[in-house]
Design a protein around this ligand. Sequence first.
Ligand SMILES: [Zn+2]
Length: 421
Amino acid sequence: MSTTANTIARAEEVITRCKLLAAFSEDAGSIRRTFLSPPMRDCHSEITKWLAVTGAVVTVDAAGNLRALYPGARSDAPRLLLGSHLDTVPNAGAYDGILGVVIAVALLESLEKRHLPFAIEVVAFSEEEGVRFGFPFIGSRALVGSLDEELLNRHDSDGITVRAAIEKFGLNPADLPRTALRDDTLAYLEFHIEQGPILESIGRPLGAVDAIAAQRRMEFVFLGRANHAGTTPMHLRHDAIAAAAEWIVAVEHAAQSHPGLVATVGQISAKPGATNVIAAEARVTLDVRHKSDDILGPAADSLVRMAHDIAERRGLSLRQNILLSQRAVAMDPFLVEQIQEAIRSTGFQPHRMTSGAGHDAMVLAEKVPAAMIFLRSPGGISHDPAESVLTEDVANALECGLHLFDQLANSSELQKRMSRA
Ligand SMILES: [Zn+2]
């Protein structure tokens, strides 16, 4: 164990704070905190109290992101961004996103007023999960300038637009351009729970994320013919559910035979939906991901071809629709190398890994070098109240973060970036 008692105490405080923020919820008895909902304001005021002690200057930008600037050694020092998101899914755990913000605050505290050659800006994003408006990353999109009119005019289930939600929170959408990343931003770093079982399975506390997986989400509708379950012989059927079922199993087999490919049929519904009627229509979804666009594209195309072949052989037709197509996003190689080095300095073998889930870092990477550090997720559980994190892993993350600050402060590569900023 390389962590000091002091770091363990700080890690315990991080976990206590995550649990405290979990109480700011829209739902009684479970955690749900969506974009600019009333509990988000409570969350902001609590975090602001912690940040004020560090000497950071705290503001809330027009997209509802809480931003805290901890000055650098010089007033014109460029900025290192450190953040994650404060919103949650319904019935969430206490750590997804929030942990990254609370770790960032604890890192500022750990500096104990020491100032680095770069300023540190903590960004607590207002929205990442896409729960309220059905599209994700409102907070980080604002920073890269891709929160456009169309997105601002989308509405939630109560008919409130993103723009109206911003106004209702007391913010001014006209100020959105001012949320944009400054030219002197050096990099974006994000601590986040892994939300999967890999680090736990190899017995390592921390991982360096080198890419965020490409993903494609699709919807398929197998169209057969409804008929009587008792009078229609098996060889004269056009059963939409049977066709979908054959394809679902084929999807699983195909993904098992492609290293690194994950494919999921997560939804199925059928019509007319009666015990004694052969299904005329079966609607299924597909979510397929890989870290390489070059592998994902052909693999997804072949799953689509399989659906067509199965439909054709069974005398059915098929409708398909792409719901989402997201290219893989590479993390910055220099930062990934630095993170691995910092994990080694903390006393552990780093593990380079691809994130199967999307993150704010993916959006920020459009404009600035970005990278992520994953913390082991006990049981691989996330998006569930059972989500957790080990105190010693948080302590290791804090140590890793401080090593990272020191490495970056002394890095000639960063110095070059700083002189360009
Ligand atoms: Zn998250």
